[in-house]
Design a protein around this ligand. Structure first.
Ligand code: NAD
Ligand code: MLT
Length: 527
């Protein structure tokens, strides 16, 4: 029975689901050294944002098959270390969107009307009405940085409150923004024009300290800033100065550069309101994310694909069934091709033709299967679709993908050309119908071959007796030929022979075939 370690508090509903299938240990607040010590016994690790899943922990997790993050951000997980080991990292990106959205709106209203300060003052038996004069949101400009899941929901609610929404998100089209009632503009224009600025981007190299002293200088005097995304997107020193100088009228922060921010001078300022990273802390969100992650872990440990792997290309669910036959064929083609090659692999070119064009934007998953097929036979530990591309790129292999309408008479055609420092080889395959695929050419020779079982591929001189001699050698070794394809371009010149055989061909038998007159090369392939 698989063993699951849950190292942060996760909602009961998710734990119950996991417990139906696996042995689950909940052990929170473990120091890194202890996690490194015990992780080898577990097949899956489930965390929220508390556990720092370092490369040391990932390396020590010899049996780890999946890491689940009950939440959105995976910045507490060293994803590259997991990718390298072929471990999928899954998150629950949708379950807490509304919780974080509503928290943002709550923070914006609280900031506009000084609710936390007024609440505290009255509880200290003071009745100070003029001190807590607020401002209205109506007719104010809200600058949204990051128009993803949460940014969009914030925009919808801000529009309902008749705010004017401006946004910066380099990965969203102006049309999509318009549909959301948002004006997309360059970052500094948002910064200059907003009365309120709210952040909804991930923390990345590009977004780190995107709100800094220079940008604060560009802001309107009296701007209010909300961050319910990630600490570190705002330079807290610059914010502190902005707040002290009065340039920034107020800030509402749910996240901090260092959490918990117990020594932060920001906590001393009256115009700063804070919550201890509560954006996702609703009963509903915690149930949602725990259930999503539990389902992902169950799926992956039962051999299915993850829906939300952050280190694998995700395919829209409506395409999954349609892409699957191409993924299966392409993996076999990759496995086949690598066994025909000699030398150090330098490049892999993939051409997706015909109806595969419909998947445009989602062909990377097919490419990952090709690379898995190619890497698997040459590695000590098996490659998978998580680490195959990483391994290939780490070895300096160039990978190029082209999508074209051209498919040479087939409804769909996958062509893979691979080059090593010593040779090149090309192979094409097609999915004829669900469950039926064929290799339709190797090295430019047309054929109709089922990509399964044991195969001998030879290049020989097209003259009488060569094929017969090879068949005799196999017969003498008691190896049955199940199918044969021969192809040539011009009579009497080089030709190809592809034999499907019923059992493995020992190296000495292959050697006999290779040394027969007329055979140039012969390779044995296991699919
Ligand atoms: P998302 O991936 O749906 O959206 C992020 C958006 O940011 C995307 O549209 C992306 O295009 C955009 N973006 C990326 N780089 C950018 C850049 N340099 N400049 C501008 N835009 C950029 O993510 P989401 O689910 O909306 O989450 C947003 C943030 O909120 C994340 O940081 C997430 O970790 C955080 N979050 C916090 C809490 C909390 O408890 N406070 C809860 C949930 C999510
Ligand atoms: C998230 O990224 O989902 C949030 O930060 C909430 C959490 O820490 O779980």
């Amino acid at each position: 029975m698989y063993r699951i370690l849950v190292s942060d508090p996760v909602a009961e509903e998710g734990l119950a689901l996991l417990q139906e299938h696996f042995r689950v240990d909940v052990r929170t607040d473990l120091p890194e050294d202890e996690l490194v010590e015990i992780i080898k016994d577990y097949d899956a690790l489930v965390v929220r944002s508390g556990t720092q899943v370092t490369s040391r922990i990932i390396e020590a997790g010899k049996n780890l098959k999946i890491i689940g993050r009950a939440g959105t951000g995976v910045d507490n997980i060293e994803v590259d270390a997991a990718t390298k080991r072929g471990i999928p990292v899954v998150n629950a990106p949708e379950g807490n969107t509304l919780a974080a959205t509503e928290h943002t709106i709550a923070m914006m209203l609280a900031l506009a009307r000084n609710i936390p300060q007024a609440n505290m003052s009255l509880k200290q038996k003071q009745w100070k009405r003029s001190k807590f004069m607020g401002i209205e949101l109506n007719d104010k400009s809200l600058g949204i940085l990051g128009l993803g899941r949460i940014g969009r929901e914030v925009a919808r609610r801000a529009n309902a409150m008749e705010m004017r929404c401006l946004a910066y998100d380099p990965f969203i089209s102006a049309d999509r923004a318009r549909e959301l009632g948002v004006e997309l503009m360059p970052l500094d224009d948002v910064i200059r024009n907003a009365d309120f600025i709210t952040i909804h981007t991930p923390l990345t190299k590009e977004t780190k300290h995107v709100i800094n002293a220079q940008r604060i200088a560009l802001m309107k005097k009296g701007v209010r800033i909300i961050n319910c995304a990630r600490g570190g997107i705002i330079d807290e020193k610059a914010l502190l100065e902005g707040l002290k100088s009065g340039k920034v009228a107020g800030a509402a922060l749910d996240v901090f550069e260092d959490e918990p921010p117990l020594k932060s001078p920001l906590l001393e300022l009256e115009n700063v309101i804070v919550t201890p990273h509560l954006g996702a802390s609703t009963v509903e969100a915690q149930q949602n994310v725990a259930i999503t992650v539990a389902k992902e872990i169950i799926a992956v440990l039962q051999g299915e694909q993850a829906k939300y792997a952050v280190n694998a290309p995700t395919i829209p669910s409506e395409l999954q069934d349609r892409i699957e036959p191409f993924a299966t064929l392409s993996e076999k083609m990759g496995r086949f091709l690598i066994q025909l090659l000699e030398g150090r692999l330098e490049s892999v070119d993939l051409v997706y033709g015909g109806e595969i064009g419909q998947f445009s934007g989602n062909t990377r998953i097919i490419t990952r299967h090709v690379l898995k097929g190619m890497m698997d036979p040459i590695l000590q530990t098996p490659a998978n679709i998580i680490n195959a591309e990483y391994i290939a790129r780490e070895r300096g292999i160039t990978i190029r993908e082209t999508v074209t309408e051209e498919s040479h008479g087939f409804k769909n055609l996958i062509t893979i050309s691979a080059k090593t420092d010593r040779m090149g080889e090309t192979m094409s395959g097609s999915v004829l119908m669900k469950g039926i695929s064929r290799i339709v050419s190797i090295g430019g020779y047309t054929m109709d071959m089922i990509p399964e079982g044991y195969v001998i591929v030879s290049r020989h001189l097209d003259k009488p007796g060569v094929i017969g001699r090879a068949s005799t050698i196999l017969g003498e070794a008691n190896i049955n030929i199940a199918g044969m394809q021969v192809g040539r371009i011009n009579p009497g010149e080089e030709a190809i022979m592809v034999l499907n055989v019923d059992s493995e061909v020992p190296p000495d038998v292959m050697e006999k075939i290779r040394t027969k007159v007329g055979i140039f090369t012969a390779r044995f392939v296991k699919l």
